[in-house]
Design a protein around this ligand. Structure first.
Ligand code: TXA
Ligand code: MG
Length: 339
């Protein structure tokens, strides 16, 4: 299959929308990461998403709509609490889980009785959904297990020849996926930390539970149990001060390994490794979030044997950063216990 690359003109959107109505899959920009969209009501179209990504079929997909009034078409009920969340966070990097009314294909929900819905806060993404006049099932547009794509080029690298086309809307803003929140019960439960923080949700809904956490053996969000976001070289998280970090770089180098590091300013300038990636300022975790998947993909084009990454405080967007880093490192984490 030839994969077309389009700009974000009206003409491109019409072409992409036509392909979506012909049950093809198309990648498009959102404010979090690029999505791989298909008609959420068509088993045939949705099966092409799973095939293109190599995604396990028990991992359900998020349904993307272009405005809040669309949500009611796909769910059984919207509680007062759920409506509050919708009013505050949608459109935005926020996905709400509600009871499904069965309109979307069973493969989208992986046969669960719930459905995940999101409204991207991205003009091009929303314009495409509206033009197609379809609910779009869309996971992140990467090969399963790889870091999510934050540019059209990343999508191209992973999915060229596997999908009908890509709309290039430039780099995404948030850089990490949406916060997935189960709103089927009395209090909201965060299944995956993301662009909207726990503190922001608490302000709106009072008590909020955070599960799907890394320590849990049985994650409630099915996708959380698979390996994710992995760069080609093994990633190890280093939790300690500059001297501790530098000692670990040295140890790996003495073992004959080429060492890449991912760290923020100011520490990144002081560490000596073979290749360094500066992912922003530690005082601005939004910047680190926006650069994280760039960093993980950056080392795939280098010859490093190992990547060492700094850790971040688990507050605000730091929750989502550490969630992704810990998964990318498949839990390899060296802590300085001497502090
Ligand atoms: O920012 C995002 O959310 C991006 C953009 C493209 O919108 N999408 C995204 O999709 O990250 P994906 O497929 O990579 O992740 C969807 C997550 C998975 O962890 C999945 O298990 C969970 O949402 N999920 C989907 N439907 C669910 C459901 N009914 N119940 C529980 N978890 C669900
Ligand atoms: Mg994903």
């Amino acid at each position: 299959m030839k994969t077309e690359k389009w700009d974000a003109s009206k003409q491109s959107l019409i072409k992409a929308a036509q392909l979506l109505n012909d049950q093809e899959v198309v990648a498009f920009p959102t404010e979090t990461v690029y999505g791989l969209g298909a008609d959420a009501t068509s088993e045939v179209a949705v099966s092409k998403i799973f095939k293109a990504k190599g995604r396990p079929s028990d991992n359900p997909l998020i349904v993307h709509v272009h405005e809040p009034n669309q949500i009611k078409h796909y769910v059984r009920e919207i509680s007062t609490m759920a409506q509050k969340l919708i009013d505050h966070f949608m459109p935005g990097p926020f996905t709400i889980i509600l009871k499904s009314n069965g309109i979307v294909a069973d493969t989208v929900t992986a046969n669960l009785d719930t459905v995940a819905i999101r409204i991207p806060d991205h003009e091009i993404g929303r314009a495409l959904i509206q033009e197609a006049n379809l609910p779009l099932a869309a996971p992140s547009a990467n090969l399963s297990g790889k870091p999510s794509p934050t540019t059209a080029e990343h999508v191209y690298q992973d999915l060229y020849g596997r999908i009908a086309g890509i709309i290039d809307g430039g780099a995404t803003g948030v850089g990490l996926e949406s916060t997935v929140v189960d709103a089927t019960g009395d209090i909201p439960v965060i299944l995956r930390p993301g662009g909207v923080t726990k503190q922001q949700i608490e302000k709106v809904a009072g008590t909020v539970e955070l599960t799907g956490s890394l320590k849990e053996k049985q994650p409630k969000s099915p996708g959380m149990k698979y390996n994710h976001y992995e760069p080609d070289a093994p990633l190890v998280l280093i939790d300690g001060d500059q001297t501790f970090f530098q000692n670990h770089i040295k140890t790996y180098q003495q073992a004959g390994k080429k060492v890449g590091i991912i760290a923020s300013k100011p520490i990144v300038d002081q560490l000596q490794a073979d290749i360094s990636y500066n992912c922003g300022s530690k005082d601005n975790l939004s910047e680190v979030a926006a650069n994280l998947y760039f960093a993980l993909r950056y080392f795939n084009d280098t010859n490093v044997d190992i990547i060492l990454a700094e850790t971040y405080p688990q507050e605000g967007i730091g929750d989502a950063i550490m969630n992704r880093l810990t998964k990318a490192a498949t839990h390899r984490h060296i802590q300085n216990t001497n502090i």
